[in-house]
Each structure stands twice: as structure tokens, then as C-alpha cells.
Write a protein that binds this ligand. Structure first.
Ligand code: GLC
Length: 500
């Protein structure tokens, strides 16, 4: 057969080998796509790799529960179970105007929150997307950026009208800082960064007091803000959700990272016994449980794709649980499976695949979109592959991609259920039941994520698992941070401030 500049074909070499040639300008039928049967065979293989049985989940929950308990015993554990110096629940009647700065995994947000009491509030905010460079530059520069954005926000919003900041000359507004990375705290307006997570790597920050660093930046930009509290998004979520729904006992984030917070009795935290805090008091614990099974990798079912994600990350070995669940990594796991099939010659033969071969090129949002494609032809998936990666797909391949996304998304949700179940079982919440305030891009945007968590809870606990209900939380990093700042101000005024 003569070679042509377009199309696909095959020539038999003198050696007897067949050489296939293809160009990617051809129609779908002309390209040597995998057959329906080949894709189904591969899918079965991935099904067995990514499926978590109820029995395996129960084993994970047991180990998880032991890890949580060990973290309360002594300082320095991998899952650090951090006492946050947020004592007890809000009354729901906290009031006043607060600034909240939220340095999350993807965005920086600055907010003005007006707490109106009776669980009501108003919020005005601006959001800035963080660049990958900003996540690696010197730490002080990152805090300078936060202070600068806050200053601009205040300047734009000072005024008399509702939703505006009423600020008399020389006055300052109380500020809650949500810094969602593990920090060990001696008091609520202090926090030493234990380690960066979620791909951040800013030098000169780990081991430093980030509250002090941010205060320095606030001074540099002459920001009229009084730094009151440093909290994590999970603690904020717990408190904000309880502010509006007092049945809430756990706050979770399933977004760029994954983590949870809950309220613990001081008497059950042996590692802070020496502080002399009233034994009947309760304090919120930021579990930082994204670190579960780090380094040892004893309990979680890691596939070879998970291992590659880990080894090529800026923190190999760390955040083992988070790397199987969170939005930062799911797209990458899927991409690695696709690349394996490209290397094996199963997918995209004869097409240029360099766009797919770039690390982190496959966004987790694509998995959500694929799972929610409503068309028989899976047009959304055609769009993703042609528009972002310039490759053509057949219906059988698209069905395979959708099924693969489902496997990865479902495993993430079922593993998420294990963390919640560990807290529920440690605290004995199963019989009476509880609400779990949950937030984050996966929880809010990934189709069926919450349902899959609920299914997972039933797989772990049987029918009683239905007593544990997750719901979309109140904005923890804005409203929660403001409520925590209000609670802290109140404690200070009453002389109850704990300062170690
Ligand atoms: C990471 C952070 C943790 C945060 C979570 C969700 O796990 O270490 O502090 O709560 O992401 O944003």
C-alpha cells in the first residue's frame, strides 16, 4: 500500500514486522483505536486496583482510629492532632465586624464578615488565584502578598453603606487568619508551620511562626487590622457549621487537600495535661489527618500510580492519605493511567500525545465533567480530549475514561468516609448520630461525592452508618474564622485567654 501524507495504514517490512503509520488529522474511523473489548479488559484490571471492599475499609478505620488516639498522647506524631486553642462551641450570638484572610491551597481570599447573631451573617469578599510561582517564593513574600491584597480590599471597601467597612481614623478591625497547613500552636495567635502541604514549598517558613510573619507584613503595608487568631479551614468549618447547625460535631474539607477537625475533651488529650487547662473544658482538634499512613504506607491501598504521584511530588512520603483523595492529585492519577495505556500502545496510536504527557496537565475538574456528561455520545469527553489534548477518541474509549474517572472518584470518596468513620468511632457518635459539615471543591462540585461518602459510611458501620450525615458546610474560612476571632476576643475580655 503506498504511503500517503494523510491517513493511516500499514506496511509489511522485509523482516515480517508490520509498521503502522498514522496522522492525527484523520477521522476517527481511520485511526487504529482500541476495540471495545480491549477497553473492557483494561477496565476490569483497573476495577480491581481501585475498588475498596467494605472489609478493607473497616481495617483502615481501625488503624486510623489508633492513629488519632496516638496523636493525642504525645507531640510530634505524623498525624499531629493539633489542639487549636478554640475552646468550646460558639453560642450563635457572636456579633461584630471582622476581617478574614484565607490562604487556602488554590486561592487567597480576603473577606469582611458581619456577624449579626442568631447564626446570621453577611460577607463581602475578593478572591485571588495563587500562581505556582507564588507557592515556591520566599515565605515572607507570600505573606506580603496577603497583606497587600488585604490593604487594597480595605481601601476599596471603607465607607458608610451596608457591606462597607466602617472605620474611624486610627481604628483597627479584628482579623482572623485562616492558614490551612499544619501548624503547632502554643496559643491562638501563634502557629509554627510543621510542614507545607498541597504542593507549597516556600522557603524560610517551615519551623517559623507564620502568625508573626504575617503580622510583620501587615505592619509593612500599614494595614489597619488587629491580628486575633490563626486557624485552619477545618476548624473554621467546624465552628461556622455549628454556628448555624448545632448538631454539627465534625468539620471536614475535601478540596485541594483533605482534613478534619472535631471537638475533644481536654481530659482526653494527655499531651496537654501539663498546661493546667480546666479538665472539663473542650478544645477543637485540627487532626491534619491527610498525613495518615505517611512514610510507612502500611494501611492504605496504594497503586503504582499513587506511588508515582508521591515520588514525583515535592514532599515524597508525606500526606499519604491526602494524595489518594484530594483534588490536587486525582487528575494526575487518571493521567498516569492514560499514559500507561499510551505507552502500551493501547490508546491514541498514531496521534501526538505530548500534551497528555505533561505532569499535572489533567485537571481533577475533568473527572467531574466526564462523570457528569449527560450525552449518549459523551460529547463533553470529546471536547476535553480534542480541546485540551488535541487527540481523537472513540465512543468505547470515552466510555472507558468515564468509567475510570468513576473508579478514581469513588475510591476517593470511600477513603474520605474512612477518616470520618474513625472520628465517629473514636468519639462514640454512631448511636446518637451527628452532622458533619463538609466543604471543598470535591465535596461541592464532584458529582455524587457526598452520596458515595454516605454509602461508604454504611459499608463501614452497617445501617447505623445512616446516622452520620454530611452536609455542605458554612464558609469556614470566612465566617468560621470571624466567629473564632469573636470567641477569642470575648475570652480575652473575660481574662480566659490561654497563653502558654
Ligand atoms: C491540607 C492541610 C490542612 C488543610 C487541608 C484542607 O491537608 O495540611 O491544614 O486543612 O489541606 O485544605
Amino acid at each position: 500500500m503506498p504511503a500517503s501524507r494523510r491517513g493511516s495504514g500499514a506496511v509489511t517490512l522485509p523482516t515480517g514486522q508490520t509498521l503502522a503509520f498514522h496522522t492525527r488529522t484523520q477521522d476517527e474511523e481511520d485511526l487504529p483505536h482500541a476495540t471495545k473489548k480491549t477497553m473492557a479488559d483494561h477496565l476490569r484490571k483497573y476495577e480491581s486496583l481501585f475498588t475498596l471492599t467494605p472489609q478493607r475499609m473497616r481495617m483502615i478505620v481501625d488503624a486510623f482510629k489508633d492513629t488519632l488516639e496516638a496523636g493525642l498522647e504525645k507531640h510530634g506524631n505524623t498525624v499531629p492532632m493539633i489542639p487549636t486553642y478554640v475552646f468550646g462551641w460558639p453560642t450563635g450570638n457572636e456579633t461584630g465586624e471582622y476581617l478574614a484572610v484565607d490562604l487556602g491551597g488554590t486561592n487567597l481570599r480576603v473577606c469582611l464578615v458581619t456577624l449579626q447573631g442568631a447564626g446570621k451573617f453577611e460577607i463581602t469578599q475578593s478572591k485571588y488565584r495563587l500562581t505556582e510561582e507564588q507557592k515556591q517564593e520566599d515565605g515572607q513574600k507570600l505573606f506580603d502578598f496577603c497583606a497587600e491584597c488585604l490593604k487594597t480590599f480595605i481601601d476599596q471597601h471603607v465607607g458608610e453603606e451596608p457591606g462597607m467597612i466602617n472605620l474611624k481614623p486610627g481604628a483597627k478591625l479584628p482579623l482572623g487568619f485562616t492558614f490551612s497547613y499544619p501548624c503547632s500552636q502554643d496559643r491562638i495567635d501563634h502557629g509554627e508551620l510543621i510542614r507545607w502541604t498541597k504542593g507549597f514549598g516556600n522557603p524560610n517558613t517551615e519551623g517559623h511562626d507564620v502568625a508573626e510573619m504575617f503580622r510583620k507584613s501587615l505592619q509593612k503595608y500599614d494595614v489597619p487590622a488587629d491580628f486575633i487568631s490563626l486557624t485552619c479551614d477545618t476548624t473554621g468549618t467546624l465552628i461556622a457549621s455549628h454556628y448555624v447547625n448545632p448538631k454539627t460535631k465534625i468539620g471536614c474539607i475535601f478540596g485541594t487537600g483533605c482534613n478534619a477537625a472535631y471537638m475533644e475533651k481536654v481530659v482526653d488529650i494527655p499531651k496537654i495535661k501539663h498546661l493546667g487547662i480546666a479538665q472539663d473544658a473542650e478544645v477543637a482538634i485540627n487532626c491534619e489527618y491527610g498525613a495518615f499512613d505517611s512514610f510507612e504506607h502500611e494501611h492504605l491501598p496504594r497503586t503504582k500510580y499513587d506511588q508515582v504521584v508521591d515520588e514525583t511530588s515535592n514532599k515524597p512520603g508525606e500526606q499519604a492519605y491526602e494524595k489518594l483523595i484530594s483534588g490536587r492529585y486525582l487528575g494526575e492519577i487518571m493521567r498516569l493511567v492514560i499514559c500507561e495505556l499510551i505507552d502500551e500502545g493501547v490508546l491514541f496510536l498514531g496521534q501526538e500525545t505530548y500534551k497528555l504527557e505533561k505532569a499535572y496537565a489533567f485537571d481533577t475538574a475533568f473527572l467531574s465533567l466526564m462523570e457528569s456528561d449527560p450525552t449518549d455520545e459523551l460529547l463533553m469527553i470529546i471536547g476535553i480530549f480534542t480541546h485540551f489534548f488535541a487527540v481523537e477518541t472513540t465512543l468505547a474509549e470515552r466510555q472507558f475514561f468515564r468509567a475510570l474517572a468513576k473508579l478514581i472518584g469513588r475510591r476517593a470518596a470511600r477513603l474520605s468516609a474512612c477518616g470520618i468513620a474513625a472520628i465517629v468511632s473514636k468519639m462514640g457518635y454512631l448511636e446518637e448520630g451527628c452532622s458533619v459539615g463538609a466543604d471543598g471543591s470535591l465535596y461541592n462540585k464532584y458529582p455524587g461525592f457526598a452520596d458515595r461518602i454516605h454509602e461508604g459510611l454504611v459499608d463501614v458501620f452497617g445501617d447505623k452508618g445512616r446516622n452520620i450525615v454530611t452536609y455542605h458546610a458554612e464558609d469556614g474560612s470566612g465566617v468560621g474564622s470571624a466567629v473564632i476571632a469573636a470567641m477569642t476576643k470575648d475570652r480575652k475580655e473575660k481574662g480566659l485567654y490561654v497563653n502558654v
